[in-house]
Every structure is written in C-alpha cells, then in structure tokens.
Design a binder for this molecule. Structure first.
Ligand code: OAD
Length: 272
C-alpha cells in the first residue's frame, strides 16, 4: 500500500460546487424523507458488517464548529498557518494557542444524539468499525470502542524529535507540556496535519475492514479532505451500500445510495 498523504487543494474550498444529486432529500419533503429513513433503517438492520465514517458535522450539535462553511474554523483562519508542520516550525506558540482554544471547546462539549446512536449501533453489530476524522474524543465519551481516529486526538501531544507521547492534563484545565521531558524538543499536538501521511497501521485497519463491509454510513463530512471519500469509494467498489447523512449535498452524497439531508443528531438515532 502506498502512502496516503493528507492533502487538500486550498483552491478547491473556494471552487467546490457540487450539483444537486437526484437522490437528495430535503427535510421539507417529509414523506419521501420518511420512506428513505425506513429503507435505511432496514438496510442497517440487515447489514452484517457495518462501517461508520464521521467528520466534523457530527460534533456540530455538541457546539463544536466545523471547518468549512460560514461559521467554520477555516472561515477566520488559514490551514496553512495552523495545521501544517511548516506552520508549527514557524510559530509553535500560535499553533499551540489555537489548539489550546479548540481543546477547551472540546473539553466543555458533551456527546450528542449522533455520537450515542453510533455507539449503540456498535453494540448491535459483531462486525463494526467507526472511522472518524474528528479529534475531539466525543465518540469515545459516548461509548464507541471499535474506532480509528485517523486524524489523531486533540487530547494527546507528541514530541517532534523522539517517540515520547503524552496525554493532555484535563484538570484544572486542558494543558499540554510544551517541551519533551526526554529530549527537550518541542511537543506538538498529536494530530495528522496537512502534508503529513496517515498512520499506515490505521489505514491498514480501515482497508481490511472496508473490503468486507456491506454497509457504510457516512456523516458530517464535506469530502473536501480526501480520506472519507476515498474509503467510501473503496467499500462501494467492493459492493457496499452507502448512506450519507448530511444537511448539505457533497461529493459523498453523489456516491451514496441514500442521501438523508438532515442533521446527524436527528437522523442517525432513527436508523439504529
Ligand atoms: P468540514 O468542516 O469540511 O465539513 C463538515 C460537514 O458537516 C459539511 O459537509 C456540513 O454540511 C456537515 N454538517 C454540518 N452540520 C451537520 C450536522 N448537524 N449533521 C451532519 N452533518 C453536518 O469537516 P470534515 O469533512 O470533517 O483537518 O473535514 C475534515 C478535516 O478538514 C478536518 O479533520 C480538519 C479540516 O481541515 C485538519 O485540521 C488536519
């Protein structure tokens, strides 16, 4: 397997404009929506091996901003300044301040109905994997155990020079040690940044599972960062059916058998 590098063309954010899918369903089409929810619930019940892929939208109802969109983090900030190794090398203090702020937001947030529905689904299925881009830890706090956090976790730090890793102190408030106690190099957030490779073992786990998955539920991702779309494509090529839960139409919706156009916290509990 080749390396898979987290990459986004920043221009793509400006220009992406997906056409409406013919299977898009809007909340005001109550009857059609209900028919699709019923069909999806039946597909979930029948599936033997289920993967769930989540992005920032799943935590929005917990009060954590997404990255794109009008109130997203990338509206006010540039990823190049805050979420790349070069940004950290140039200004570690700025990057730490930004992650510190986000860590406090995550610490104060509570899992919502979408996180709880995904954790409940895990209990129903012998073959289950949650793949999340979210670094906020809310899936684990809701009870998810069989999960891969492909972008890392905001409550962990790691040394830029040696193998030292550290969990962030949560009391009295979330804080990260800035210097490695083993080698004195800078400690950074344990996040996979733009321009960096995903952890091969994480990808291996995802691919192995998706090769035998009969249903993939994707929720809360714009698909602008490649990995959710790519993993969904892999499963689809192996015959998996795909449900996308997202108020907006995205590249993932285009691939999906069903696009349930609504918030994850309202829709996902109805599928489980
Ligand atoms: P984005 O911010 O790109 O997209 C969030 C998606 O969630 C959008 O498609 C919204 O329509 C959708 N959404 C909003 N509210 C929702 C709700 N209540 N229920 C369901 N969906 C909702 O987030 P991601 O696709 O997760 O990386 O972005 C992935 C990565 O891009 C992040 O991990 C981060 C970012 O740049 C790094 O920082 C390295």
């Amino acid at each position: 397997m080749g390396q898979f590098v987290i990459f986004q063309t920043f221009e793509f954010v400006l220009f992406h404009n997906f056409p409406l899918s013919p299977v898009s369903i809007h909340l005001n089409c109550n009857q059609a929506m209900q028919t699709d929810i019923d069909a999806c619930r039946a597909a979930v019940a029948a599936a033997k091996q289920v993967a769930v892929i989540t992005g920032a939208g799943v935590s929005k109802e917990s009060g954590i901003p997404t990255f794109r969109g009008k109130e997203g983090y990338w509206k006010e900030n540039r990823p190049e300044d805050l979420a790349t190794p070069a940004a950290f090398a140039a200004n570690p203090k700025l990057v730490h301040e930004w992650y510190s702020h986000r860590r406090t937001v995550c610490h104060q947030a509570e899992p919502n109905a979408a996180h709880r529905a995904i954790a409940a689904l895990e209990k129903q299925k012998a073959q289950f994997l949650l793949i999340t881009q979210n670094v906020d830890g809310l899936h684990k706090r809701a009870g998810s155990r069989r999960l891969v956090e492909v972008h890392g976790n905001i409550f962990r730090g790691r040394c830029t020079a040696c193998s030292y890793t550290v969990d962030v102190n949560l009391e009295p408030e979330p804080a990260i040690a800035l210097q490695c106690p083993a080698c004195a190099a800078n400690v950074r957030p344990d996040i996979v940044w733009f321009g960096e490779s995903y952890h091969p073992a994480d990808l291996q786990t995802c691919y192995q599972f998706l090769h035998h998955t009969d249903l993939v539920i994707v929720s809360g991702t714009s698909g602008v960062v490649q990995i959710p779309l790519h993993l969904t494509q892999v499963a689809r090529e192996r015959g998996a059916r795909v449900i996308d839960v997202n108020p907006d139409n995205t590249a993932v919706s285009e691939l999906a058998d069903w696009h349930l156009a609504g918030p994850a916290g309202e829709i996902l509990p109805q599928l489980v």
